[in-house]
Design a protein around this ligand. Structure first.
Ligand code: ATP
Length: 514
């Protein structure tokens, strides 16, 4: 199936089964804002708990906070967001559609990669087992030609970005014949900078209202509390502060479902280290974070690091962890070595000392910072995309099954009485009554058992427990496993341990500490 179709199906599946709804839908929606439904909120909470526990349970020296969304406006001056949190914007005069100039060029670069991959695929088919991919990539003239063009564009693009040369970005778009996908024309405006922060007013006008911003990242709430936490928690460097919370960005191009939203949620951790040790810690956190993703069990080939072309004004190293979405490899998490920029800048703007006295070195300094920053919604999308499967069954039937890692599945087990009579519903309810304290359960007695299995597959429930007449006699049930569809007769008394072993977050957390 074409990847575009997979994506469309995923979006409609998300809505049909209560994962994600367009926000304000009865008023025709609000662009790039989404609501999570009854299944979505469970999945999202499980993702957040997995992240939170991996930070604050597994690391003695990482603690959490929950800071306010509104903050003093000078914070955003100090952080550089007022002056530099911009995207280069370009409009097509014919379609009146707005684009990010950098994204248009990145898509052009990706086209060369696609061409190269197509050549490789064709050759692999032609040569079969004797195919040497590395050799082919190094020697095939067509591949080399595409690679050279890609490199040329790439260099020009990074130079323009680094020099903040907006006219050059436009010129690249013209030189490479990049057209608007809607109008098909090259009738482009100039490239302009556009600030992504939302602002509002705090206080009544009579008081002299103050312009405040909706935070575009949660990180600053951590920096301004750095000293509070360090002192009250008696934290010693190296240590980290973690936070999960909403962030807001007035994104220019808000497409691709929950990949790019105007209101979203971040899970960020700032790790404070000695100056000079930051690159070592950067490497460590890069590895820890990739392991966190990979523990979920999706194929390793779906992840890759992508080092940044253009470092942000505060960073001395940065990488993204990308996941292969149906629309290509995309950033899910950023890991940045932010130097002492933020704390140093808050010292200047606030006039307060934000230094750490290091008893081992017997000196004070502004700590350096490694940040790990992951979007909950993008993570959610990657889990949905990695889990979505369509399978042909025997007898020509089809099923859509969300093969969620069981620890993240919204519903852990469904309890299904085979028939709606003979005391089977009561028996089923009694099983739920003992298991509901540990697992999110669902009871379903409507329709044939086959249809009920399909419904549970569609929401990714790892276990279906069927109660039949034998259950009344010997206290056993059949457990049906989502991925294999295999069924097994087990004692009701063993259900808690069979299910618990597979769905507990502990098993995931253990994997990342191995
Ligand atoms: P992009 O280049 O895709 O705009 P970014 O590099 O600006 O992302 P960061 O500022 O590093 O993103 O934010 C950290 C994380 O927050 C990202 O890796 C992503 O998961 C998430 N994120 C950022 N912007 C959005 C958004 N508009 N919608 C959903 N998630 C987002």
């Amino acid at each position: 199936m074409a990847q575009e179709d997979v994506f469309k199906k995923l979006v409609s599946h998300s809505k049909e089964y209560g994962f994600v709804f367009p926000s304000s839908e009865i008023y025709d929606g609000l662009a790039a804002v989404y609501d999570y439904g009854q299944m979505g909120v469970e999945l999202k909470n499980n993702i957040k708990k997995y992240w939170w526990d991996s930070m604050v349970l597994l690391h003695e020296n990482v603690v959490g906070i929950d800071s306010a969304i509104f903050m003093h406006p000078t914070i955003w001056k100090a952080s550089g967001h007022v002056d530099a949190f911009n995207d280069p914007l370009i409009d097509n005069k014919d379609s009146k559609k707005r684009y990010r100039a950098d994204v248009l060029i990145e898509e052009q670069i990706a086209k060369y990669d696609e061409k190269i991959n197509k050549e490789v695929e064709k050759a692999a088919k032609r040569f079969g087992d004797s195919f040497n991919e590395t050799m082919f990539r190094q020697t095939n003239p067509r591949v080399l030609e595409h690679a050279a063009k890609r490199e040329e564009l790439h260099t020009r693009f990074s130079n323009a970005l680094n020099a903040n040369d907006l006219a050059e970005l436009r010129q690249i778009i013209l030189d490479y014949d990049i057209v608007c996908p809607i109008s098909g024309t090259k009738n482009w405006t100039e490239v302009r900078q556009f600030n992504l922060m939302f602002s509002t007013e705090m206080g009544s006008t009579a008081d002299g209202a103050m312009k405040v911003y909706l935070r575009p990242e949660t990180a600053q709430g951590i920096f301004v509390n750095y000293l509070n936490v360090q002192k009250t928690g008696r934290m010693r460097i190296p240590f980290g502060i973690a936070q999960i919370g909403k962030a807001f960005r007035n994104e220019i191009v808000a497409r691709q479902f929950i990949f790019r939203m105007r209101e979203f949620e971040q899970m960020e951790m700032q790790f404070f280290v000695r100056p000079g040790e930051e690159l070592e810690w950067f490497k460590k956190w890069k590895a820890i974070r990739l392991k966190w993703h990979q523990a979920l069990g999706f194929p390793a080939s779906k992840y890759r690091y992508h080092d940044h072309e253009k470092l942000a004004h505060y960073a001395n190293a940065a990488t993204d962890i990308e996941f292969e979405m149906p629309f290509g490899f995309k950033e899910v998490e950023g890991i940045h070595s932010r130097t002492n920029f933020d704390l140093g800048s808050h010292e200047k703007y606030s006039g307060k000392k934000l230094q750490y006295f290091d008893p081992e070195l017997n000196e004070s300094y502004v700590p350096y910072v490694i940040e790990t920053s992951i979007g909950v919604d993008r993570m959610f999308l990657s889990v949905m995309a990695g889990s979505y499967c369509e399978e042909e069954l025997e007898g020509g039937d089809k099923r859509v099954v969300m093969k969620f890692p069981p620890q993240l599945a919204p519903i852990k087990l469904a309890v299904l009485p085979l028939v709606k009579k003979d005391g089977l519903p009561e028996k089923a309810r009694s099983i739920i009554d003992t298991l509901k304290f540990d697992f999110k359960c669902q009871y379903d007695e409507k329709d044939s058992i086959g249809k009920r299995y399909r419904r549970q597959d569609a929401i990714g429930t790892p276990f279906c427990v069927t109660v039949d007449h034998q259950s009344l006699e010997d206290d056993t049930v059949t457990v049906r496993f989502r991925d294999t569809m295999a069924q097994e007769r087990v004692a009701i008394a063993d259900l808690a341990s069979i299910i618990g072993e597979q769905v507990s977050l502990k098993s995931l957390l253990k994997k990342i500490t191995e």
